[in-house]
Design a protein around this ligand. Structure first.
Ligand SMILES: [Zn+2]
Length: 214
């Protein structure tokens, strides 16, 4: 597996600082678990964050604040490298309780397009879904209205940005418009995370508009 498309610097910094939302954090953690390059970048960002904190003048804080701050550090998702047992990223494996893609109860949205919604904690914003799109399909050109991450887990798609295969993550900025085409041969399964719930509807709406190539 050669990963070509990575998380951008802003996402790495937010992830390391723990300010990325839950859905995006899971997608980022899944990519990081597959990608030594981004793991190194996160470690560097964390070290940088530590240095900045060291430079700040210390202020006395209450024991309660200190305890809750230290406790919150433990809550952060720490991705582990993929184990040899399964090629599914470890953070996703945990969310799916060890089930494989074939065992999931996919909801069919259109011919060749199925969705599986992943659980997030109660107050989390946005959504986290697995998308399964048949090979050879193409999506209409669409833009990206907010923060979203798309991680390829199986198969591949191509767009004007390049080819996205297993392990590649599309961390596109808002003005990127693209028209992905799923490669022939294998169903493409992606992990799709977004902060804005309504945005997915828009994306899905566009996704479900008449496809080219079917
Ligand atoms: Zn990477």
């Amino acid at each position: 597996m050669t990963i070509i498309h990575h998380l951008d610097d802003a996402t790495i910094l937010s992830y390391a600082a723990g300010t990325l939302g839950e859905a995006l954090s899971v997608a980022a953690a899944c990519h990081i678990s597959m990608c030594p390059e981004c793991r190194t970048a996160v470690s560097k960002a964390e070290a940088l964050g530590g240095e900045i904190l060291d430079d700040l003048q210390s202020t006395a804080v209450s024991d309660v604040l200190r305890a809750s701050t230290l406790a919150s550090l433990d809550d952060k998702i720490v991705p582990k490298p993929v184990t040899a047992k399964s090629d599914m990223p470890a953070p996703l494996q945990r969310l799916l309780a060890g089930q494989g893609f074939a065992q999931l109860r996919w909801r069919k949205k259109a011919p060749g397009v199925s969705v599986y919604e992943l659980p997030l904690s109660k107050n989390a914003k946005g959504s986290l879904k697995l998308l399964s799109i048949a090979s050879g399909m193409s999506m209409l050109e669409h833009g990206h209205g907010g923060e979203e991450l798309t991680l390829v887990l199986q198969g591949a798609f191509k767009d004007k940005v390049g080819r996205f295969a297993r392990g590649d993550i599309a961390d596109l900025d808002e003005d990127t418009e693209h028209c992905p085409i799923i490669e022939e041969g294998e169903t493409c399964i992606c992990l799709y995370a977004t902060e804005a719930p309504s945005h997915f509807k828009t994306f899905l709406g566009r996704l479900l508009q008449p496809f080219l190539g079917i």
